[in-house]
Write a protein that binds this ligand. Structure first.
Ligand code: ATP
Length: 312
C-alpha cells in the first residue's frame, strides 16, 4: 500500500538498437567481448516509484508482458538494492513499470527499466549521486544499463559497458518489427558459438572511416556499415525473423537488420513519409510495425520530487 502523502517520482529510458554489433570469441568467464555502436530510439519505458508500506511491483503497458517478472528477479529490484546499499538504508517501495519496449526483443528493455529506476530513486531518496556515479552503478547491474542511461549514439566496447559517446547530427528514420516470441540473449550467444568454427570470432575494432560514417549524414554510406554478428544465430533460432526482414525489404526499406540478439528487426528509411509507407505496407499484411526515430536522449526524470509534491 502507498503511504498517505508520498509523491511518486518517475523516470523514463529509451530502447536501443545496434547499428553495428561485432562479437568476439568468449573469454574464460564466458563473456563475449563486443565492438558495437548503440543507437537509442524513441521508444520509452517509464518507471514510477513511490515510498510505500511494503514492496510491490506492477507491470503495465501494451503487448505481451508475460515475460516480465513481477517478483524479486525483476532487474528493477537489483537497481533498488544497489542504490539502497550506497544510501545505507532500504525502505519499501511501490514501483510501476509502464512498458513500451518489446520484452526480450533485443532492445534492452530490462536495462532501460534498471536505468530509469536508478534515476528515479536517486531523486526520490535524494541520494545525490552524480551522473558519472550513476553510470558506474549501472555497469554493476548489466552490460547494457550504462547505455540506457546515456542514450543517443555511442561506441560500446568490452562487454558493451565501456562507452564513448558519439554525436549524430541527423535523426535516423526507422520501422521496428517485433516477433511474437522471445529470444534468450545467452542462448543466442551460445548458438553463435556453435555456428562458428574453432578459432573464429576475431574482434575487429571500428576503423576511423567507419566511425565517420556512423556519425555522418549519409544514410547510403551508413547502410554499408550496418552489421550484426548475432543475426545468423537469431535467424537459426527463430526463422520468423527472416520473414520480418524479407517484408521490410519488400516494403522498400533501405536496409534491415536484427536488433541486438533479436527477434526484433528494424528497417532504415529515408524520412518520416518513407517510414509511414513502409509501416503501412507491413501493417496491411498483418505484421507488427512501429515507426520511430533515433533519439539523442537517454534516461531522464519525467517527474521530480518537487513537481510530484506540487501535483499532489
Ligand atoms: P538485451 O538486449 O539487453 O539482452 P532484451 O531486450 O533482449 O535484452 P529484455 O526485455 O531486457 O530483453 O528482457 C530479457 C529478460 O530479462 C526477460 O526475458 C526477463 O526474464 C528479464 N527481465 C528482468 N527484468 C525485466 C524488466 N524490467 N523488463 C523486461 N524483462 C526483464
Amino acid at each position: 500500500m502507498t503511504s498517505a502523502f508520498s509523491p511518486a517520482v518517475t523516470a523514463t529510458a529509451p530502447a536501443k538498437i545496434n547499428l553495428i554489433l561485432r562479437v568476439g570469441a568468449p573469454d574464460e568467464s564466458g563473456y563475449h567481448p563486443l565492438v558495437t555502436v548503440f543507437q537509442a530510439v524513441d521508444l520509452w519505458d517509464e518507471v514510477a516509484i513511490v515510498s510505500a508500506d511494503a514492496d510491490s511491483l506492477v507491470i503495465e503497458g501494451a503487448g505481451n508482458l508475460s515475460g516480465v517478472p513481477t517478483d524479486r528477479t525483476n532487474i528493477v529490484w537489483k537497481a533498488v538494492d544497489a542504490l539502497a546499499h550506497v544510501r545505507g538504508l532500504r525502505e519499501p517501495l511501490a514501483i510501476t513499470i509502464t512498458k513500451t519496449i518489446p520484452v526480450a526483443g533485443g532492445m534492452a528493455g530490462g536495462s532501460a527499466d534498471a536505468a530509469a529506476t536508478l534515476v528515479a530513486l536517486n531523486e526520490l531518496w535524494q541520494v545525490g549521486l552524480t551522473s558519472p556515479q550513476i553510470l558506474d552503478m549501472a555497469a554493476t547491474l548489466g552490460a547494457d544499463v550504462p547505455f540506457s542511461l546515456l542514450g543517443g549514439t555511442a561506441l560500446g566496447e568490452g562487454r558493451g559497458d565501456l562507452l564513448t559517446p558519439l554525436i549524430r547530427q541527423q535523426p535516423l528514420h526507422l520501422v521496428v518489427v517485433t516477433a511474437p516470441l522471445e529470444l534468450s540473449t545467452p542462448r543466442v550467444y551460445k548458438t553463435l558459438d556453435d555456428l562458428r568454427a574453432e578459432g573464429q570470432g576475431t574482434l575487429t575494432p571500428l576503423s576511423s572511416s567507419e566511425l565517420d560514417v556512423v556519425i555522418g549524414d549519409d544514410v547510403g554510406e551508413l547502410i554499408g556499415v550496418l552489421s550484426n554478428d548475432l543475426q545468423p544465430a537469431a535467424l537459426k533460432m527463430a526463422p520468423i525473423v527472416q520473414k520480418n526482414l524479407d517484408v521490410l525489404s519488400e516494403a522498400g526499406a533501405l536496409a534491415h537488420l536484427v536488433s541486438g540478439s533479436g527477434p526484433t528487426v528494424f528497417g532504415l528509411c529515408v524520412d518520416a513519409t518513407h517510414v509511414a509507407d513502409v509501416a503501412n505496407f507491413l501493417l496491411q499484411r498483418g505484421f507488427s510495425a512501429t515507426p520511430t526515430t533515433s533519439t539523442p536522449l537517454g534516461a531522464r526524470l519525467t517527474s521530480s520530487l518537487s513537481s510530484a509534491r506540487e501535483a499532489h
